[in-house]
Design a protein around this ligand. Structure first.
Ligand SMILES: [Zn+2]
Length: 388
């Protein structure tokens, strides 16, 4: 078994040792020394070694798979995951999984297994919403102030001139499912919005039509982007052959929400070309800059901390060995990248993640440990409302 050592700037003084199956991070000697003066406690038998530096799966659907999710097994190969809903029936299983993981909580990402709960309706499952879920009900829209959010936004274009503690209340009519989703988002400040988006390639096998019309998909996407904007939640997005309508809807939400957007936008399993990725970054970061939502001008060369747009590539969706994926990953760059599997069956998550780490590290010309270290920092920024 070969091993290599390296330094990770994000992890400061922690030395990393990689093996074919795992990346092991040794604690600095001062920490090791101080631990010997403390009473020796035996860890629970199923706890992972506290020294593991493991990747974070930024997008999966393990609540849907046939294999039961055993947190104490997963934490041998991941430091955490963001579990994406596809339909309201997933909301409580996903929130329950996050609650279970948080019961073994300590102080840093590498020492814990974290689950970020994600609430949203996937375009493939939109047609399964019952008609009464689309009934328009009059509600009071609550816009969470930036001060009560964990985001680092600095929205200065608030036309209402509110103080930070104020909450904007507007009476409006919205579909019943949107109101229910908003209620859960307010109850769970660590939840993000996902998986949502548009798909022009998911057809009903009998009618050969899209399972949900593009008009209906755009309606749902717009409502969910608005919720994410109003409550400062990151968004994990699905887009298949619909980049034009996705970008148009994002820009429409920007125009109709006082030039505001969700704090972070993540294009998961990105299947577009390198030039498209570059254009997305240019167009959307310009909107964020206009609204003074980031500090990119302060330090353009710094890593993830000030990005608003992220991308992921999943081995199960993207061919990580193709020339096209190679080009697009390099166009996106390490600082806008997060790792993901997009798997439903949890038993395939560890091997899929290992394959992704190996291929993407090779593509970017970095070591697996550098990739994990930077993408973990990126995921902390992407899901900063979850306090990873
Ligand atoms: Zn997905």
């Amino acid at each position: 078994m070969s091993t290599t050592t390296d330094k990770c700037t994000d992890c400061d003084d922690k030395t990393i040792i990689s093996t074919p199956s795992a990346v092991i991070m040794k604690l600095p000697s001062s920490a090791a020394a101080s631990s010997t003066s403390l009473p020796q406690l035996s860890p629970p038998p199923s706890s992972p070694p506290s020294s593991l530096l493991l990747p974070f799966d930024a997008h999966n659907h393990v609540q849907l798979g046939p294999t039961p999710v055993i947190v104490n097994e997963l934490r041998q190969s991941l430091c955490g995951m963001a579990v994406m809903s596809t339909h309201p029936r997933d909301f409580h299983p996903v929130l329950d999984l996050a609650a279970e993981a948080s019961s073994t909580f300590s102080s840093s990402l590498e020492d814990n297994f974290r689950v970020v709960p994600c609430l949203g309706i996937h375009p493939w499952f939109l047609h399964e919403l019952l008609d009464d879920q689309w009934e328009m009900v009059e509600t009071t829209t609550t816009t969470t102030s930036t001060a009560t959010s964990n985001q680092n936004n600095s929205n200065n274009n608030n036309d209402h001139g509110d103080d930070d503690d104020d909450v904007d209340l507007t009476t409006t009519k919205r579909p019943r499912w949107v109101v229910a989703m908003e209620t859960l988002l307010l109850q769970h400040p660590n939840a993000v919005v996902g998986e949502i988006g548009l798909d022009k390639f998911h057809f009903d096998p009998v009618t050969k039509d899209l399972t949900s019309s593009m008009e209906r998909q755009i309606d749902a996407f717009r409502y969910q982007l608005q919720l994410a904007t109003q409550h400062h939640r990151p968004v994990s997005m699905h887009c298949v052959r619909a980049m034009g309508p996705v970008m148009d809807t994002i820009q429409e939400v920007y125009q109709t929400n006082n030039h505001k957007l969700p704090p972070k936008l993540y294009f998961h399993a990105f299947g577009g070309k390198a030039a498209t990725a570059t254009q997305i970054i240019k167009t959307l970061e310009k909107l964020f800059q206009k609204n003074n939502n980031n500090n990119n001008s302060k330090n353009k060369n710094n890593n993830s901390a000030n990005n608003n747009i992220y991308f992921g590539f999943a081995p199960v969706i993207n061919n990580l060995e193709s020339a096209k994926t190679y080009e697009v990953i390099r166009a996106v760059g390490l600082d806008r990248l997060v790792l993901e599997t997009d798997h439903e069956d949890v038993q395939y998550v560890p091997s899929s993640m290992a394959m992704g780490v190996s291929n993407i590290a090779k593509t970017l010309g970095v070591t697996p440990q550098q990739l994990i270290c930077t993408t973990n920092a990126n995921v902390r920024d992407l899901y900063s409302n979850s306090n990873l």
